[in-house]
Write a protein that binds this ligand. Structure first.
Ligand code: SF4
Length: 203
């Protein structure tokens, strides 16, 4: 074993399994602010950075404590089946906390605002777990670790927008052709920017 072999083994272990089966769509993929990025992640997998792994551990620890305190179930998964054309799409989702009549999604951010993609994700879970109310809890990454809590009611319109993204990702995976998407703000930080040909992105 050489250091380089060991480095490659660690890299492989960090890489998520590429899982491009088109009839399974994860809520977080369909809610990704760039559907093209979601496509690449499904096809090529993702290398998680150590900081992200550390962040997810903190997330798990917090969920543990909150589930106990609020009497909720943490990281609960479900599947919603959606018929589209000749396909039965299994939409998979894992909500942070399912409580008595509401869902909680816990987020941390340095940028300090609630993203539209999070709201779409929460809304999808409300439908999938058959509850009308949900909360996004945002822990700001500033020195005070401010906590912002926002309440949402289920929106049928947002659910339709979500299904539209599910279908677009499903078709892209089926045809093995990245969807046409434009989200220039994300591009500089995107781990797939070398794969993503700009002329398609801007088409
Ligand atoms: S480079 Fe930009 S357009 Fe291409 S996948 Fe990444 S975020 Fe999306």
């Amino acid at each position: 074993m050489t250091p380089e072999e060991l480095r490659r083994a660690v890299e492989r272990a960090l890489r998520e399994y590429p899982y491009a089966y088109p009839d399974i769509i994860h809520v977080t993929d369909a809610c990704n602010p760039c559907l093209r990025q979601a496509y690449y992640k499904r096809v090529y997998g993702s290398i998680k950075r150590p900081a992200m792994i550390e962040g997810s551990r903190v997330h798990e620890e917090l969920l543990d404590r909150l589930a106990y305190e609020l009497n909720c179930t943490e990281e609960i998964s479900t599947v919603y089946y959606y018929q589209y054309g000749g396909s039965l799409i299994a939409i998979e989702g894992v909500a942070d906390l399912l409580c008595d009549g509401y869902i909680v999604e816990l987020k941390t951010s340095r940028r300090g605002y609630i993203k539209d993609s999070w709201v779409m994700q929460l809304n999808a879970y409300m439908k999938m777990f058959n509850v009308d109310k949900g909360f996004i809890v945002l822990i700001h990454g500033d020195r005070e670790s401010r906590i912002e809590v926002r309440e949402y009611q289920f929106s049928g319109e947002l659910w339709d927008d979500f299904l539209d993204r599910v279908i677009r990702l499903h078709i892209a995976l089926k045809n093995q052709e990245p969807p046409v998407e434009r989200n220039e703000k994300l591009c500089p930080y995107c781990e797939y920017k070398n794969l993503c040909r700009p002329e398609k992105r801007l088409a």
